[in-house]
Design a binder for this molecule. Structure first.
Ligand SMILES: [Zn+2]
Length: 402
């Protein structure tokens, strides 16, 4: 693996923070003509109101199998929904659009809820018997409606909620002004909610922990992260464990190492250094919970399902996401330290850079990967996979090999 242009070992860059410049365009020799400058309408994606209608329709079609609950409100008062189906004792929690400009995950989740909730097939019945599937689609709805990464909240509103922070510097993940991923935060600031998690699920914000940094935990200062934390805690209370947590994202445009094939989706099982290592010693108190081997098996279940679709299809262009991360403020990092098997999906391109045909393919990529995990947990086959095979998933490269 040495000598290749891989992301491994680079300074930790934020998950899906568009590593590549938005001006990147390439015309690769395999005929994949791409241009990241093209801005497409996001009308083809479900907005918040449409999602609510669709969820209610899914509940109706499911004859009582799917339950729907409002579990919180965004900072601007939009309802955050939880849909739940199945009665098994293995829990799979999946969220989408923690970054509001990363929309394929929501579409995939709605399709999966529809199938698992209403199909009378033996396969769907088995899933409902073996697992409890809990889904938080569009968990950051203010960001979703703005089609941007950050939520819609000012530091002053945080201090209103937590007066003990009146002397603190605004957190490092606060977008106070300026442009980011084609969106202007001046006059409408917000936070990267996916840096606001803390492995201490009972953490209370204190001024001395600000502004923090990417390798330090977050604070649960946003109502969106608080809502997910509360759902997680209630599942812990009910089941003793949240077996699997999956977070659905998008990233920039990259290549499968050693090829000129564009990556369709990257996967990852590792978001913090192992508590057994020197770098991970700061997480020693979570050591007994942390199970990266199971996370790798879950990632392999997604990878294998996509490989099974066939040679030379976009579904084969799957890579590992950037390695050697230390991001305890992500939902994945925090929940991995609490014992969940964790999986990151990073689909190519932000929502507004995808055309309709490509969106359809990428939604199918997400669905296929998720069914790989759901089916593997349902029949137990995921635990038969060799975690070491995770290392055989290709790495990601910045540039094509020509
Ligand atoms: Zn993201």
């Amino acid at each position: 693996m040495k000598g290749k242009k891989i992301l491994t070992g680079l300074t930790a860059v934020a998950l899906c923070a568009s590593l590549a410049s938005p001006t990147l365009a390439s015309n690769s020799s395999n005929g994949n003509l791409t241009n990241d400058n093209q801005v497409y309408s996001i009308k083809g994606f479900t907005d918040h109101a449409e999602m609510v209608n669709r969820l209610q329709q899914i509940v109706k079609n499911s004859q009582g199998r799917v339950s729907l609950e409002v579990v919180g409100q965004s900072n601007r008062g939009r309802d955050i929904y939880q849909a739940r189906v199945g009665n098994g004792d293995k829990v799979i929690l999946i969220e989408s659009e923690i970054h509001g400009n990363e929309k394929t995950g929501t579409e995939a989740l709605l399709n999966i809820l529809q199938y698992v909730g209403s199909s009378n097939s033996p396969e769907a019945q088995k899933i409902r018997d073996e697992i409890t599937l809990v889904v938080l689609p569009k968990m950051n709805p203010d960001a979703s409606e703005l089609d941007r990464r950050g939520n819609d909240m000012s530091w002053a509103e945080v201090v209103e909620d937590f007066p003990q922070l009146s002397t603190a510097a605004p957190s490092w993940n606060y977008y106070a002004s300026g442009m980011r991923q084609d969106r202007n935060y001046t006059g409408q600031p917000g936070f990267d909610v996916n840096r606001d998690f803390n492995p201490d699920l009972n953490y209370v914000p204190q001024a001395s922990d600000f502004p923090g940094s990417s390798s330090q935990p977050g604070w649960y200062i946003t109502p969106e992260s608080q809502t997910v934390r509360d759902v997680y805690k209630s599942l812990l209370a009910e089941f003793g464990k949240v077996d699997v947590f999956i977070d659905l994202h998008h990233q920039g445009q990259y290549y499968v190492e050693g090829t000129d094939d564009l990556v369709s989706m990257s996967l990852s099982a590792e978001f913090v250094p192992h508590p057994d290592t020197a770098a991970g010693a700061k997480y020693a108190e979570y050591k007994d919970n942390y199970n990266v081997g199971f996370s790798k098996q879950l990632n392999l279940a997604a990878y294998n399902a996509l490989q099974a679709i066939g040679e030379s299809s976009p579904f084969n262009n799957i890579t590992l996401y950037q390695r050697n991360l230390d991001l305890p403020g992500t939902a994945l990092g925090s929940f991995a330290l609490n014992g969940s098997g964790t999986v990151l999906f990073e689909v190519r391109g932000q929502s507004h850079s995808l055309g309709q045909k490509r969106s359809g393919q990428l939604i199918r990529t997400v669905e296929t990967g998720l069914y790989g995990i759901i089916n593997g947990v349902t029949d137990g086959s995921v635990t038969q996979l060799n975690p070491e095979d995770y290392e055989n998933i290709p790495e990601t490269a910045y540039s094509p090999t020509n």
